[in-house]
Design a protein around this ligand. Structure first.
Ligand SMILES: CC(C)(COP(=O)(O)OP(=O)(O)OC[C@H]1O[C@@H](n2cnc3c(N)ncnc32)[C@H](O)[C@@H]1OP(=O)(O)O)[C@@H](O)C(=O)NCCC(=O)NCCS
Length: 420
């Protein structure tokens, strides 16, 4: 494909670029762009998978003449926010052919994409990024954190009795497909940052397990924690078998652990850290609210590292801010800038509390001044205005910062259990 690029590309010029929703017949060309930009070999089964996994009426292509040079699009989600949920366009597969990079193609696709999300009356967009410097310029702020946990199995012990009375059971793919979606749905509104999962996202994402995704490990194993026959939590993992001079040194790589009760989380950790022949357990996206370090005897043996998780872009300020609840009653006036798109710029008075909120444009002196990017970072309660003011990203008096922090805070830390 790269060989078919027109000569003007080598000279660094870019012809007229057409950004639009693709025709279904153009999906393979767009997948080629993804393959070059992300660096994976595109196989026929991937093409089939993309056709099933993506919402084809939301997939964007950028074209120079007949040549597909950019890909992007959206998934349709509801995003859990403190005390509620909000319509959300899940920004995905933004990619530009290496021959056409740094000439503004992504920028044009982002304009189109954010208009498309706003056109569907989704007040926010959200994404996971391949590299942290890319999306701030488009108004996205880091809203949740990605929390990796590494455990030396021989160092883990649980000094107290189990918190629950349940048991853990291995389930096959077919049973996982039946049991897990309703359990996930029952948990989804508890934690800001969760996203709706539909049949496609289960079948083509969580339960999809082609050998190429296994990195040398086993197929995904699924376990369910149950009490009196009721499923209260689940986890998935792969085992990577290794013998080191005759000693067992297996590695266990876990996906997100989802639990409805402390007993379920406790039971799942005990199970995962109890599997024989395992030396290390790597949980690549642990819940920030996890109790793990509180339930083991030696918390220092749990290695933890944090980086940016899901980023949120607020498009419609009143709709986004009134979709969530606030920890305490209060009123705060925010002046926002939105250089990329403008739709979130202005002065807004937010009055909110545990029972709901109102938000409208006003002509008043603001309490706080910030960019829409920073509102995205505080929206789910993951970062405070005071923290961001410390980095020079929010301006306002100490009292105003504190008032906004107490309002926007939430007892449950935001966490997104899936990377899309
Ligand atoms: C990231 C990517 C889509 C950028 O596309 P692009 O068309 O080169 O981006 P643009 O030309 O519109 O760049 C817009 C701005 O973002 C900056 N930028 C783009 N990609 C960047 C990156 N990876 N790191 C830092 N800055 C970046 C550009 O320098 C430019 O800055 P400027 O406005 O100050 O000049 C492209 O490099 C790519 O496909 N990368 C591999 C796949 C990937 O990582 N996609 C993102 C998935 S979340």
């Amino acid at each position: 494909m790269a060989g078919s690029c027109p000569a003007n590309v080598a000279a660094g010029k870019l012809g007229v670029v057409d950004v639009r929703i693709i025709e279904e017949s153009e999906m393979d060309a767009v997948a080629e762009v993804m393959s070059h930009a992300f660096g994976f070999e595109l196989k026929p089964e991937d093409q089939e998978h993309f056709r099933r996994a993506f919402e084809l009426d939301r997939v964007i292509g950028a074209f120079e003449g007949d040549l597909a040079i950019g890909s992007g699009g959206a998934f349709t989600f509801d995003l859990t926010v403190p005390g509620g949920e909000v319509g959300c366009g899940g920004t995905m597969i933004m990619a530009v052919l290496p021959t056409h990079r740094r000439r503004g193609v992504l920028t044009e696709m982002m304009r189109f994409h954010l208009d498309e999300v706003a056109g569907r009356a989704e007040p926010v967009a959200a994404l996971w990024t391949s590299e942290a410097p890319i999306y701030g310029r488009f108004g996205y702020g880091v809203a949740t954190q990605f929390f990796r946990t590494k455990i030396e199995r021989s160092r883990v012990s649980f000094p107290r009795d189990p918190l629950g009375s349940g048991t853990v059971r291995l389930v096959d793919l077919a049973e996982a497909g039946k049991l897990l979606p309703p359990l996930y749905e029952s948990l989804r509104l508890n934690t800001p940052g969760f996203l709706t999962r539909n049949e496609t996202s289960w079948n083509e994402g969580h339960l999809h397990d082609p050998p190429r995704w296994r990195d040398g490990g086993t197929p995904k194993r699924w376990v369910v924690y149950e009490e009196s026959g009721t499923a209260l939590g689940f986890a998935s993992y792969r085992q990577h078998e290794k013998w080191d001079q005759g000693l067992p040194s297996n590695r266990l790589v876990c996906g997100a652990i989802l639990a409805a009760t402390p007993g379920a989380e406790d039971g799942l950790w005990r199970y995962l850290t109890g599997i024989d022949l395992v030396q290390t357990i790597e949980c690549w996206n642990t819940d920030l609210n996890s109790t793990l370090t509180r339930i083991v005897a030696d918390s220092r043996r749990i290695e933890q590292s944090l980086s940016d998780g899901m980023w949120v872009r607020i498009l419609d300020v009143p709709a986004a801010l009134t979709s969530r609840r606030y920890q305490v009653e209060g009123r705060v006036v925010l002046e926002l800038t939105d250089p990329f798109r403008g739709s979130a710029a202005g002065i807004f008075a937010l009055e909110g509390g545990p029972d709901g909120a109102t938000c409208q444009p006003v002509k008043e002196e603001p309490d706080l001044r910030l960019d829409v990017r920073e509102l995205g970072s505080t929206y789910l309660g993951g970062f405070t205005f005071t923290q961001l003011a410390g980095a020079g990203l929010v301006a306002g008096s100490r009292e105003a910062l504190r008032k906004a922090d107490v309002m926007f805070g939430w007892p449950v830390r935001p966490w997104c259990p899936e990377v899309f």
